[in-house]
Design a binder for this molecule. Structure first.
Ligand SMILES: NC(=O)c1ccc[n+]([C@@H]2O[C@H](COP(=O)([O-])OP(=O)(O)OC[C@H]3O[C@@H](n4cnc5c(N)ncnc54)[C@H](OP(=O)(O)O)[C@@H]3O)[C@@H](O)[C@H]2O)c1
Length: 523
């Protein structure tokens, strides 16, 4: 059950509003607001929810307020036979992202700020700063790891004496990855120690495989194009020497608590191992789990990996030690272009689809990255504020399968924890709206004593700072169905892999021989 107690902090301190959705006029924000209202309509414990629509344009804010009031609140009041338990009220707040005073006033009057105004490196810094100064909970839907790392690095020390939580990556990037690995780890720990999952077994390896369907939003495309391409910090150390293993986008421990990782005795080796895993993750791979099916690197892996690495460091899935007996947890993330069933059905032949998918993706990336033409095309095809039509939104889905493996001591059997997570709706819109909406409600409606321990600076990842309370809220959602299945068992030998590999190789040889005989005519 999700917690229904109110935190002492919340009851002692009265604020004018519960959740401020900042960037409320954006494409994703509309879905977030609709999700919050639909959830409130079915709420059975809490009796009120005050939502503020925050942004820079009063006319646009009034339009969205009128739409939500007439399409949701007024309709619900007349249509529902059963009276609603939770009364929702809406108001608006004007604050440009450059107006520090207005942002601080906004943060101080609200319990949770839910930020949808991106690109975050352009519009997000002032909002996080205001939440630190106002001691206000903060969640967002950014996928910009370097920016989020910079926020923790520059603002974390000012947030130590506060009681708030600052949590980025609460959308499709990166809740499904973070959650699936977290649940798989818990399943292993529970199995190892009966009901209690506090046992300290060491988890050496985690991987997630994703299958998803949906479209890119204009806002997301422009955020990706506006990302700085200065990669020099990925290649050189601060003293100008080449890095032993270059970074992919940023330091693999960028989002972890700085003092937790930087003062670790094995920091350099740890970082290199994580960076190396990210590079090897960029190749195509043959996966035993799907009858030798072929997977490609997941597009969002360079971001999600940093989030999972930070959770792993904070929750101690396994930190490296100096005696060389434990190298620590590493994580990789894969994508199955044909989905789970079709990939398993055709096994090694999914290689063709994987290759094709990678080529198309590479081509699209190159076209959009062409100087000036790419940006021009993006503005023409997908301007900011646009996104998937409702039909695609509803047909979309996101499925994640996670596997984690223990690093067994001598004489112990290796164990495997798994988690299958299924969510419905376009990942960038409906799944993102559900994940960030439930994150905000978790911080709003969960008593502090029921949440995981706060990090020393209040910054952290979704699973580190909301953990099982967010998992339970998602599972109990009445708006969009979320399915989670977890298991823990002996890892066993991978003999099935060799059987499948031999079988598929024999089949491939037979097909090639058949085609050769049919079409090859000797001179
Ligand atoms: N994590 C995920 O899985 C995920 C999924 C989808 C999107 N995203 C990210 O979320 C962000 C929003 O996406 P979207 O599709 O909703 O984009 P969008 O429709 O373009 O919305 C952008 C929002 O930012 C606001 N904004 C722009 N400049 C501002 C300023 N100076 N001050 C205050 N607000 C300002 C806009 O307000 P106006 O209406 O006044 O212009 C609008 O409300 C993007 O960065 C995208 O990458 C992440």
């Amino acid at each position: 059950m999700v917690s229904t107690r109110r935190s002492k902090r919340d009851t002692a301190e009265t604020r004018e509003t519960d959740i401020t959705v900042y960037g409320a006029t954006g494409f994703v924000a509309r879905h977030v607001l609709e999700y919050l209202l639909a959830t409130a309509a079915m709420e059975e414990v809490h009796t009120s929810l005050k939502i503020t629509l925050g942004g820079r344009n009063q006319v646009k804010l009034d339009d969205i307020q009128t739409y939500l009031q007439t399409e949701f609140l007024d309709k619900a009041a007349t249509e529902t036979s059963k009276p609603q338990c939770c009364t929702v009220t809406l108001d608006t707040w004007i604050a440009d992202s450059a107006d520090a005073e207005a942002l601080l006033a906004m943060a101080k009057r609200t319990r949770v700020v839910l930020n949808c105004a991106g690109p975050f490196q352009l519009y997000g810094t002032g909002v996080v700063k205001a939440c630190v100064e106002g001691n206000t909970h903060y969640v967002d839907i950014t996928g910009e790891a370097p920016w989020a790392g910079q926020m923790r690095g520059t603002l974390g020390s000012n947030n130590r004496t506060n009681t708030n939580r600052i949590i980025s990556f609460c959308g499709f990037d990166s809740v499904p990855s973070d959650l699936a690995i977290y649940v798989a780890v818990r399943a292993l720990k529970k199995q190892a120690n009966g009901k209690n999952d506090n046992t300290d077994i060491q988890i050496s390896n985690g991987t997630t495989w994703h299958a998803a369907f949906g479209l890119l939003n204009g806002g997301t495309l422009h955020t990706a194009l506006d990302m700085p391409m200065d990669m020099s910090h990925c290649i050189y150390e601060s003293d100008g020497k080449f890095r032993k293993v270059p970074f992919l986008v940023c330091d693999p421990l960028e989002l972890a608590h700085p003092t937790l990782v930087k003062h670790h005795v094995s920091y350099k080796g740890w970082k290199n191992r994580l960076a190396w895993r990210e590079w090897t993750n960029q190749l195509l791979s043959v996966d035993t789990q799907f009858r030798c099916g072929v997977s490609v690197p997941f597009l969002m892996a360079p971001v999600n990996t940093k989030v999972v690495n930070a959770t792993a460091a904070a929750l101690n899935y396994s930190s490296p030690n100096t005696d060389g007996k434990n190298d620590g947890f590493t994580y990789g993330e894969r994508f199955l272009p044909l989905g789970f069933r079709a990939t398993s059905a055709i096994g090694i032949f999914s290689f063709i689809a994987a290759l094709f998918f990678q080529l198309i993706l590479g081509l699209v990336f190159l076209v959009f990255k062409l100087p000036s033409l790419g940006k021009h095309l993006a503005i023409k095809l997908m301007p900011p504020g646009t996104g998937s039509p409702d039909l695609i939104n509803e047909q979309g889905y996101g499925t994640v399968y996670a596997e984690v493996l223990t690093s067994p001591k001598k004489g112990e059997v290796q164990k495997k924890g798994t988690c299958m997570l299924q969510m419905t709706g376009d990942p960038g819109n409906l799944i993102t709206a559900q994940c960030v909406g439930e994150s905000a409600l978790t911080l709003l409606w969960t008593a502090t004593e029921d949440l995981p321990e706060r990090s020393e600076d209040g910054f952290g990842t979704p699973m580190e700072l909301m953990g099982s309370e967010l998992v339970m809220r998602l599972l109990q959602s009445k708006v969009r169905n979320v399915e989670i299945k977890a298991s823990a068992k002996d890892a066993g030998y991978q003999w099935l892999f060799y059987v499948h590999a031999l079988f598929d190789m024999a089949l491939a040889t037979a097909v090639i021989k058949f085609i050769w005989n049919k079409f090859h005519t000797s001179p």
